[in-house]
Design a protein around this ligand. Structure first.
Ligand code: ADP
Length: 524
C-alpha cells in the first residue's frame, strides 16, 4: 500500500513537472511566433494553394481583409510582373518538398505592386507529401523602388552623356584605381566597354605630341589643386585624329592630401575645326610631310644596297693593275660620284628618320671637353689636308645632358663645315661657356668665307647649299638641318653669327648636367 502511494505520488510529481515544462515550451513558441508575426508577412496555404491563415501584416500589405483572403487561392495577389515559367518553377520546388526562396512582385487589392522577399516551406504528411505551405516574407518594395530609380537614373545619365558626347572619369590618386563611364572608350574611337579602364590605355590614346601637355596639366592640378583643363588630340585605332576637352578637379581628404581626381571628357572636334581652319590645313600638311618622310626613308633604303654594290665592284676594278690610265681615271670618277651619292642617301635616310620622330635618344651626362677631343681627332686629317689649324685649348670642364652619339654627330658636322668653308691657312677655335644658370653653349668659330645675312635663313633648310656656285666644296646641304632637329630633340638649340669674308661662329646650346649627379652616374 505504502509502495503504491509513494509511486503514485512520484508519478503525479513527474506529470506536473512535465506539464510545467510543456507550458514553458508552449509559452516560448508562442512568443517566438509573436515576434515573427510582428516582423514578417505570414500566410499558410493548403496543398492546393488555398489560403488557410494570414497574419495582420499580410492583410495590411495586400489591402485585403482576412475574410476576403481565407479560402481563396494564393493567386489573388499574383501580379503579371513575372513570366509564367517563374511560378511553375516555384510550384515544382515546393510540391517536391523543397524550400523555395526568392523575390516576388505581388499585386495589392488597389492594383498597386509590392515586392517581398519570400521563403516558402512545405509541411509534409506521413506519406512524405506536402499538406500545407507556410510563407514568411519581408517587404522589400522600398529597396526595389530604389534599385529601379537608380537604374533609371543611370540610364538617364548614360543617354545624356551619349547625346552630349561626354564621358566622365574618377581616378583614385592613392590606390591608382580608375573608373570611367561607358562613353570614354567611344571618345577614344573604341566601341562601348571595349577599351580596358586604365591610365596606360588613356595615355596611349592621346596624340604623342599632346601627351606631355596632358601629363603636365595633371601634375599641375595635383600639385597646386588647380582646376584640371586641357584640350588635346586623340588618335583612334583607325588613325582618325579628334580633339577632346578635359575638365576636372582634385578632391582632397581630411588632411588636405589629394585623394581623387574627377573629370569630364568632351568631344570638341567640330568646334575646333570650325574655329580654326588652319588646323585642318596643318593636319593635312603634317600627313603629307609624314608621307614624304616615309617615302624618302623607303627610297633611301632601296638605293643603299645597289649603291654599295657599285662601290664594291668599283673598288675591285681599281685594284686591277692591267687597267690603263684613262680607265683608272674613269673608275676614280665613278667612285667619287658613288661615294657622294652614298653620303647623300645616308643623310636623307637620317633626315627622314629624325623628322619622322623615330629618333631614339639616350640622354646622359656628357663631358664637353672629352667629346670635343674625340671629334677633333676624327677631323684631324681633313683639317691637315685643308691646312686649317684647330684650337680647342680654351674648353671648360662643362657637362651637358645629351645623347652622346647624336651630340657627337652635331659637333662633327659643325667642325667639318668649319674646315670645308675655311680659307687655306685658316683656323678654328672651340670653346664652351655657361649660359644662364643651367645651360651650356659650345662655340665653333672659324676664319672662313662666312655667310651673309641674306643667306642665313636658307642655312638650316634641307638641301640648301649656299656656296655651291662659288666654291667647289663637296656637300649635300642636309647636315645643318639634321643638326638642328637633333638639337631640338635634346632640348637644345643651334645658332650662328657671321661676317662674310672673315668667318662664322656656330654655337650649340644644351641643358647643363649637375656635377653631383655626374659623380653618382660614374660611380654606379
Ligand atoms: P653641306 O655642308 O653638306 O653642304 P650643311 O647643311 O652642313 O650642308 O650646310 C649648308 C650650307 O651652309 C653649306 O652648303 C654652306 O654653304 C653653308 N655653311 C655651313 N657651314 C658654314 C661655315 N662654317 N661657313 C660658311 N658657310 C657654311
Amino acid at each position: 500500500m505504502i509502495t503504491a502511494v509513494t509511486s503514485r505520488a512520484r508519478r503525479t510529481r513527474n506529470i506536473s513537472s512535465t506539464l510545467a515544462r510543456l507550458e514553458d515550451i508552449i509559452y516560448e513558441r508562442e512568443r517566438e511566433r509573436l515576434a515573427v508575426d510582428h516582423h514578417a508577412i505570414i500566410s499558410v496555404a493548403d496543398r492546393n494553394g488555398d489560403i488557410i491563415y494570414v497574419n495582420n501584416k499580410f492583410c495590411e500589405l495586400s489591402g485585403f481583409n482576412r475574410e476576403e483572403l481565407l479560402g481563396r487561392n494564393h493567386r489573388i495577389v499574383k501580379s503579371d510582373a513575372h513570366p509564367e515559367g517563374f511560378y511553375q518553377a516555384l510550384w515544382r520546388t515546393i510540391s517536391s518538398g523543397a524550400i523555395w526562396q526568392g523575390e516576388i512582385c505581388n499585386r495589392a487589392k488597389d492594383g498597386s505592386l509590392y515586392w517581398v522577399e519570400s521563403t516558402i516551406t512545405p509541411f509534409m504528411d506521413m506519406e512524405g507529401k506536402p499538406y500545407q505551405y507556410v510563407s514568411i516574407r519581408t517587404d522589400i518594395t522600398h529597396v526595389k523602388n530604389a534599385e529601379i530609380a537608380l537604374s533609371e537614373q543611370k540610364e538617364r545619365l548614360r543617354r545624356g552623356q551619349s547625346y552630349a558626347n561626354i564621358g566622365t572619369w574618377e581616378w583614385n590618386v592613392k590606390s591608382d584605381e580608375l573608373f570611367w563611364s561607358e562613353r570614354i572608350p567611344v571618345l577614344f574611337g573604341y566601341a562601348e566597354g571595349q577599351l580596358e579602364t586604365n591610365y596606360t590605355n588613356f595615355l596611349n590614346a592621346v596624340h604623342p605630341d599632346d601627351r606631355q601637355s596632358v601629363e603636365a596639366a595633371i601634375q599641375r592640378s595635383l600639385l597646386h589643386r588647380w582646376p584640371y583643363e586641357v584640350e588635346h588630340r586623340v588618335i583612334w585605332p583607325d588613325g582618325t585624329v579628334r580633339w577632346l576637352l578635359e575638365k576636372g578637379a582634385v578632391v582632397t581628404d581630411r588632411n588636405g592630401q589629394a585623394e581623387l581626381m574627377v573629370g569630364v571628357v568632351q568631344d570638341i572636334h567640330e568646334r575646333k575645326m570650325a574655329e580654326d581652319p588652319l588646323i585642318v590645313a596643318r593636319g593635312e600638311a603634317e600627313a603629307a610631310n609624314h608621307a614624304k618622310t616615309e617615302f624618302l626613308s623607303n627610297m633611301s633604303h632601296e638605293l643603299r644596297t645597289p649603291m654599295n654594290a657599285i662601290l664594291g665592284f668599283g673598288q675591285l676594278m681599281a685594284l686591277d693593275e692591267q687597267l690603263g690610265d684613262m680607265h683608272k681615271e674613269h673608275i676614280g670618277e665613278i667612285m667619287k660620284a658613288g661615294n657622294h651619292l652614298l653620303t647623300l642617301i645616308n643623310q636623307v635616310l637620317d633626315l627622314s628618320r629624325v623628322e619622322s620622330g623615330h629618333l631614339h635618344l639616350d640622354t646622359e651626362a656628357v663631358s664637353i671637353p672629352d667629346l670635343v677631343r674625340e671629334c677633333v681627332a676624327l677631323m684631324y686629317s681633313l683639317a691637315r689636308e685643308k691646312n686649317v689649324r684647330i684650337n680647342s685649348e680654351e674648353l671648360g670642364t662643362q657637362w651637358v645632358q645629351a645623347d652622346r652619339t647624336r651630340l657627337k654627330q652635331a659637333i662633327l658636322n659643325l667642325l667639318s663645315n668649319a674646315i670645308k668653308y675655311n680659307q687655306p691657312g685658316g683656323s678654328i677655335t672651340l670653346y664652351s661657356k655657361e649660359h644662364g644658370r643651367d645651360r651650356i653653349q659650345l662655340f665653333v668659330d672659324d676664319t672662313g668665307i662666312g655667310i651673309s645675312p641674306e643667306q642665313r635663313h636658307e642655312l638650316f633648310k634641307p638641301f640648301s647649299r649656299i656656296h655651291n656656285q662659288t666654291h667647289q666644296v663637296e656637300g649635300t646641304g642636309i647636315g645643318l638641318s639634321i643638326t638642328r632637329t637633333i638639337m631640338q630633340a635634346m632640348d637644345g638649340k643651334i645658332g650662328m653669327q657671321s661676317t662674310p669674308g672673315k668667318g662664322s661662329s656656330f654655337w650649340l646650346e644644351l641643358p647643363a648636367h649637375q656635377s653631383s649627379s655626374v659623380v653618382e652616374n660614374r660611380s654606379s
